[in-house]
Design a protein around this ligand. Structure first.
Ligand SMILES: [Zn+2]
Length: 292
């Protein structure tokens, strides 16, 4: 069950979450964003430069708050984990204001005509430079290395702060909820592989785009892998009972679901079914799924 902290949330403040990191919460709470998107400013307070991770929605008050958190330092890079609309639209205006390049995830080319498949994507995103897995951005006293983590979106990156062992996880791993995987860009097989990739790392703490810092990260990731396997087994069991369309899984799998999240739940089930189909365990006849 999701516990939402009491309002007011610390929107607009530059909270120090560890010595090299300040967090600025955007005013965009929703069932998909929890209390809102968290932008991170990385670099020593008394240093000459910093980076901004996930600048968030293009909201004037939020951009003012990021500028205040930058506190006159040179911005070496504006870094985006992925291009959902709650993450990257402030990159361009912030780049105009600071002169900083936009660096990080690749732009997405969505080659599909499925309805609504791209409504949640920021199509204005235009990076100066795309980081490959393992490539780093550096400033005075900080290093951020890209960790490719496709799944939530195909272009998702995490960023590792080498000096402290923290990992900025974007929407790949969040403390408040499991990640939503929406096909066709979202891919459950990739998502599981990206969770396993984090299990193999030694990060000491996660800062995600939504929700509190995660202090026992591998314990959480292990739980998320277990949760997805459980969901997969549940889907296979329900398919074994009878063939059904995606909507036919929801009442059995998500008891007491917030009606606003039914669409997300259906997307998640679809992502599992596509993954099972690829692995030869499920098949479909038009809209109806069955055991392969
Ligand atoms: Zn996202």
């Amino acid at each position: 069950m999701v516990t939402i902290p009491p309002q007011p949330w610390p929107t607009g403040l530059a909270e120090a979450v560890e010595p090299l990191v300040r967090r600025v919460l955007a005013p965009n709470p929703s069932p998909y964003t929890f209390t809102g998107t968290q932008t991170y400013v990385v670099g020593p307070d008394d240093g000459p430069d910093c980076a901004v991770i996930d600048p968030g929605p293009n909201d004037a008050a939020h951009i003012d708050a990021i500028i205040a958190a930058i506190a006159g330092r040179t911005v070496v890079a504006i870094m985006c984990t992925h291009t959902h609309r709650d993450h990257s639209p402030a990159a361009a205006p912030l780049s105009d204001l600071t002169g900083a390049p936009i660096v990080g995830c690749a732009p997405l080319v969505l080659s599909t005509d499925l309805p609504r498949s791209d409504e949640s994507f920021d199509t204005t995103y235009a990076p100066t430079r795309v980081l490959a897995d393992g490539e780093a951005m550096r400033g005075t006293g900080w290093t951020l290395t890209a960790v490719a983590t496709p799944g939530h979106t195909s272009n998702h990156l995490c960023f590792a702060l080498e000096e402290s062992g923290a990992l900025f996880t974007g929407d790949h791993v969040m403390g408040w909820s499991t990640s939503v995987v929406v096909p066709p860009d979202g891919d459950m097989g990739d998502y599981m592989a990206s969770l396993e990739k984090l299990m193999a790392r030694e990060d000491v703490r996660y800062h995600s785009a939504h929700g509190a810092a995660i202090e026992k990260p591998r314990q959480l990731v292990r739980g998320m892998i277990g949760h997805r396997r459980q969901r997969e087994n549940q889907i296979l069991r329900l398919l074994g009972e009878r063939s059904r369309p995606v909507s036919g899984f929801i009442p059995d799998m998500y008891k007491g679901l917030d009606p606003r999240l039914i669409g997300a739940a259906e997307m998640s089930v679809t992502a599992h079914l596509i993954d099972l189909e690829r692995r030869g365990m499920a098949a479909r006849d038009a809209e109806v799924w069955r055991v392969a």
